[in-house]
Design a protein around this ligand. Structure first.
Ligand SMILES: [Fe+2]
Length: 353
């Protein structure tokens, strides 16, 4: 609790003799008193010095006491306001309470003993406010750390669950060796590009979770269509396109985080709005999905597939580049083209392996 010697008081009254009296009486109890006899100079004192208690007369030339205390409340929320007045004015009292939440209303003339006691109680209250604020801030900080730890734990559990789902699908023969390989490579490449592009940890986590499952909806597409060697007719094409909505249903069911879901839901949207299923364009397409779309295409070009032979790194880049600004986000294409030779070779070795 506050000792009187550490209490800092601002006394404001337009009567200098009263100020002298209060200063002597409070100073004798060890309080540190600063006096001002004009409202404007009181505001300047509030702006430049810290106080535990602001004591102010109501009736002042210029700004009245309520304005001075309102300023103190704005600038020094932990300072406690005490109003003193010769008037028995109900409206003034109501304003003092409602506008500035005064701690005490004192009537003039006030005995120095009563003034000291009121200031002392006000200072104790000020210290309690400050302590309460400090504890609340510390608690909020601790809660934020706990929330962060919780989010990281949830993300780790979700990532493990996703890996388990992929392994299960593969083990049950529902997901071919090629599919598993392409999904893994797309994820690795997307994570590498997201680092190059400076995406934050949240987006990278969404890619790590969503990219392995971006084509999980293919499970609902007849296998005959997936391995069909020629061009698909429009009806079959439509069937294949349904893998996005099916994938969305599946990952929502798995409880994947929302950004990771959007990797699955937006990976066939096009930068120019010509994609599906929603026809989103530009930055309305989730950034994780824009990265995965480019990587998916690159990996498909480099891999053996039912309707294609693998092409070289430079040929794959040429192919991807021609879609920059139409299918693909140009910034992602630029990041892919900026991959170092070593990184490209690493992708090549993994693909050949
Ligand atoms: Fe897809």
């Amino acid at each position: 609790m506050a000792t009187t010697t550490s209490i800092r008081v601002l006394c404001v009254d337009d009567d200098p003799s009263l100020l002298r009296l209060w200063s002597m009486g409070l100073g004798a109890a060890g309080m540190r008193v600063h006096s001002e006899c004009e409202s404007e100079s009181a505001l300047r004192a509030i702006d430049t010095q810290a106080f535990d208690v602001v004591l102010c007369d109501y009736r002042m030339p210029g700004l009245d006491g309520i304005d001075v205390l309102a300023h103190a409340r704005d600038k020094q929320p932990d300072a406690v306001c005490v109003m003193i007045s010769a008037q028995s004015d109900f409206d003034m009292a109501m304003q003092a309470v409602n506008r500035v939440g005064v701690f005490r209303l004192l009537a003039k003339p006030v005995r120095i003993h009563d003034l000291r006691e009121a200031i002392h109680l006000a200072a104790q209250s000020s210290r309690l406010y400050a302590e309460n604020r400090r504890l609340t801030a510390a608690l909020a900080e601790r809660n934020a750390i706990l929330e962060q730890m919780n989010a990281e734990l949830e993300a780790r559990v979700a990532a493990q669950a996703m890996r388990a789902v992929c392994t299960l699908l593969h083990t049950l023969g529902l997901w071919s060796e090629d599919h598993q390989r392409d999904a893994t490579l797309t994820t690795q490449l997307a994570l590498r590009l997201s680092e190059r592009m400076g995406l934050d940890a949240e987006h990278r986590a969404a890619i790590e979770l969503g990219a392995p499952l971006h084509d999980i909806g293919m499970l609902a597409v007849p296998r005959s269509l997936l391995v069909y060697p020629g061009s698909l007719d429009p009806d079959s094409e439509e069937e294949v396109r349904k893998h996005v909505s099916m994938g969305s249903l599946l990952v929502r069911g798995l409880g994947l985080a929302q950004d990771a879901q959007r990797v699955v839901e937006d990976h066939h949207e096009h930068w120019d709005g010509s994609g599906y299923p929603r026809g989103l364009s530009g930055e309305d397409i989730y950034i994780g999905a824009r990265v995965v779309a480019v990587c998916d295409s690159y990996v498909a070009l480099r891999s053996v597939g039912p309707r294609r032979n693998p092409v070289s790194h430079s040929m794959a880049l040429l192919d991807v580049k021609q879609w920059s600004g139409s299918r693909f986000d140009p910034s992602v294409v630029t990041a892919l083209c900026g991959l170092s030779h070593a990184e490209a070779e690493a992708a090549l070795i993994t693909l050949q392996g």
